[in-house]
Design a protein around this ligand. Structure first.
Ligand SMILES: Nc1nc2c(ncn2[C@@H]2O[C@H](COP(=O)(O)OP(=O)(O)OP(=O)(O)O)[C@@H](O)[C@H]2O)c(=O)[nH]1
Length: 350
């Protein structure tokens, strides 16, 4: 008998050492640890809880030991806890999940739980060992970061929109004449070049009307530059009213305007020039106590493959016709025929 006790001593000592190690770890482990015994009929009983859980449940591990889980876990969380135990028993595999538990909803507590089933020789889950870590601070930091990101994204979106609006304004400024709002000379040429190339491909008509206000200098000289500016703005408004949507109109120079009409021959271009002439003549522009009346001269040219190797050539012909209109006493429309001879618009229709 004594021999047998002596033989067992190293084993007992080894078991004591191991127990002391595990018990020390159990007592000092900072996260919640619980050991659950799986009873018959799907019942679960507390086997042991470590100090953090003792503090949370308000009972010692000895007091909790053997109690059905329903008597230890608060009723609010019980269904979710039982469901996890059942899942672990059914799968017989480790399980990891996140859960929210809180005394009040405004301050939720987040837990990351890992469960490991202890399976006996018959494949039955006898115990479940669980470790729960409080990850509330991590989730709160993530939420703070998410909110900060949201604010940042909103700010970036606002700045992007403001920048986009500023870019749009810049694009507008880059293509429009600041005084009249019509296309500036450079953009007029860009659009006109495009239309000209299309005409070369399609063979459709294309005409140019060059318009110049008559004796505009007199307005400046008699009423001042601001009055002249007002006249230019008002005349631009008249242009907008009279033009077709497809017409391209630009401020070509000081008081000179260019109109490019796609799919329009010389007669249609002359009719447009006449409508402009009449609309301008009818408009009374009020500058202080003076009603300013203007007239205009226009030169018209229809694209002709024989004369117009380029857009510049076509505009040059319309410009020559405009010069002729000025020479003929102003307030009239002159057309450059395909053979470059000049005639009045009335002659064109007769
Ligand atoms: N107020 C104002 N005047 C301008 C502007 N651009 C050019 N002008 C003036 O337009 C006038 C053009 O004068 P001219 O070239 O002699 O032409 P005009 O007086 O219209 O005479 P005709 O074209 O021969 O009928 C000049 O006095 C320029 O200073 C502008 O943006 N604003």
């Amino acid at each position: 008998m004594k021999i047998l006790r002596n033989a067992q001593r190293p084993l007992v000592n080894a078991l004591r050492r191991r127990y002391a190690i595990f018990d020390g770890l159990w007592q000092r482990f900072p996260d919640n640890i619980f050991l659950i015994r799986c009873g018959d009929a799907g019942r679960f009983y507390v086997e042991a809880i470590n100090p953090p859980l003792e503090a949370m449940f308000g009972m010692t591990s000895e007091e909790a030991c053997g109690k059905p889980i329903e008597e230890v876990v608060p009723a609010d969380y019980l269904p979710a806890v039982l469901a996890r135990y059942q899942e672990c028993v059914a799968s017989r595999a480790p399980l990891s999940y996140e859960e929210i538990g809180a005394a009040d909803q405004a301050n939720p507590q987040y837990w990351l739980t890992i469960m490991v089933p202890a399976v006996d020789g018959q494949g039955r889950v006898e115990y479940i060992l669980g470790i729960s870590r409080d990850i509330t601070l991590i989730r709160q930091a993530e939420e703070t970061l998410r909110q900060a990101n949201e604010v940042l994204e909103k700010r970036v979106a606002e700045r992007t929109a403001a920048l986009e609006a500023a870019n749009q304004r810049l694009r507008e400024l880059a293509i429009h004449d600041g005084l009249t709002g019509l296309y500036n000379r450079r953009h007029f040429f860009e659009l006109a070049e495009h239309a000209f190339r299309q005409t070369l491909r399609s063979g459709f008509d294309l005409s140019v009307v060059m318009v110049d206000l008559d004796s505009f200098k007199r307005i400046n000289d008699s009423l001042g530059h601001a009055a002249g500016d007002l006249v230019l703005r008002e005349i631009a408004g008249v242009f907008r009213l009279v033009m077709r949507e497809s017409d391209i109109v630009g401020r070509y120079g000081g008081e000179e305007f260019a109109v490019l009409m796609s799919s329009a021959g010389a007669q249609e271009a002359c009719r447009l020039a006449e409508r402009l002439q009449n609309a301008v003549a009818d408009s009374r522009i009020q500058w202080r106590d003076t009603a300013i009346q203007c007239t205009l001269s226009a030169g018209v040219a229809q694209y002709s493959p024989q004369c117009d190797a380029s857009l510049d050539a076509l505009i040059e012909r319309a410009d020559v016709a405009l010069f002729e209109a000025k020479s003929r006493g102003r307030n009239c429309i002159v057309v450059s025929r395909p053979d470059t001879s000049l005639c009045s618009s009335r002659e064109l229709f007769s």
